[in-house]
Design a binder for this molecule. Sequence first.
Ligand code: NDP
Length: 534
Amino acid sequence: MPAMSTDTRPESARGPDGGQPRGPDGGQPRGRERSLIRGADRATSSWGLGDGQAIPWDYAPAPESRDVVTLKERYGLFIGGREVEASDGGTFVSVNPATEEPLAVVARATGADIDRAVAAARRAQRRSWGTLPGRERAKYLFRIARLLQERSREFAVLESMDGGKPIKESRDVDVPLAAAHFWYYAGWADKLEYAFPGRVAKPLGVAAQIIPWNFPLLMLAWKIAPALAAGNTVVLKPASTTPLSALLFADVCRQADLPPGVVNIVPGPGEIGMHLVTHPGVDKVAFTGSTEVGKKIARGVAGSDKGLTLELGGKAANIVFDDAPLDQAVEGIVNGIYFNQGEVCCAGSRLLVQESIQGPLVEKLKDRLATIRVGDPLDKNTDVGAINSKQQLEKITELVAAGTAEGAEIYQPACDLPDRGYFFRPTLFTGVAQSHRIAREEIFGPVLSVLTFRTPEEAIEKANNTPYGLSAGVWTDKGSRILSMVRRLKAGVVWSNTFNRFDPTSPFGGYKESGFGREGGMHGLHAYVRLEDR
Ligand code: NDP
């Protein structure tokens, strides 16, 4: 994944503090915020301005056009290739988290609708999709990939409007990666015998897929592409705060002439998700979301012969040794935790820094934080957009308050937040103990906790001191140290001298309370097939 939010302005234009965004009135940050901002105070004096005067710098807005998306007032469920109302006529509203304005009314699936969707998927699996040769399935997947690319701008804008993520991330990461997953798995559809040599790969049948709100289109692609490549059909439930890109994807399925019932999309509440995964007509369950719900789903399918993959929460350690290239590490740390507002299961939320370099590294980080631009997700300059929902903002606010109450030292850069919408400043805590809630619980927000270590052994102990096991990062100049750390870190994915990189060919997943099973690569395909002897 490309590094997030590098400041593209020339050095001369940034000003000595990195050119922090000011409000429309160019005013100084208010009250308590000012005391947290050392970079800004340094800046005003070296610009020859008195205390309290603003630096004469502002950004020209660079908004992406909303006109590329034609929002319908009302969206139905997508069942059997058609858009249909919920059986009881129920609806809910999807809200733009950056403006708090309603975007569209969406049909809210009922248990009867889930039954309909599973029946449609079953029919399609038996009569059309499951009987198609792999090379024919591949053609549809290639077509979907191409359509996603053709309509990429529309998808990117919609994803940012519905979910709050910065347009440069939805444009440069989410949508291209979603298309890449369809390209990749299209390539496997007619080569299953090479993927599993000596075995015959049979589809499992109907897959129930539940996805979260942090990467709505990308998680859809992670789940639908391998399922379809292997000959399964799917019923997918998007998260209630971000249903719109999945419903636009339904349009892509129609455009691609995908046989009716191969993909079914049923927005609705969590209980409907449970109805779906426990449905007797479902053969395979794939879930990405919180550990709490993941455990409920595991209990729900226990005792059945359904396949199950769970991709759950994380509390990743990003470990920086004293021989690491510090400037590069700072970019990786920023990308690791502030990318997508920190609403990332594999976010590097615990920075473990070797004690001897804590001072300079934290200084550099604070300087870098001062250049991060928080605001309108549709502005191409925005680095950190809106938090996905009011509920998530409240959770972040509560955990940050707990961090301060438990004695950690908070730092937030100066930046004026928009008057409306769910926004949170990039936050950094130093003086964090392992017992603090901010070091133990998944915050799922732009909040970094800094801890220190002296020896590699201590780094390993602290990194592994979590119930999660999804990802980790290691920053060092020594290849041998990377290999030795990677072996001992209990995490499904370990990045070295980088962070948050994804590729469709590479498996992703965790263990312990981060779940089990892998998505991506051949491992991801494996989760959707039954292997039989020749
Ligand atoms: P959830 O786990 O509740 O949501 C993920 C998906 O599961 C959504 O589609 C949701 O539907 C659905 N769901 C909710 N309850 C059930 C259920 N009982 N049975 C089946 N499906 C269900 O995450 P939240 O949105 O509540 O976020 C809470 C926390 O979870 C976050 O703060 C974060 O820490 C973590 N999280 C982790 C993610 C990850 O990628 N690992 C992704 C999202 C959240 P609906 O939206 O309708 O409730």
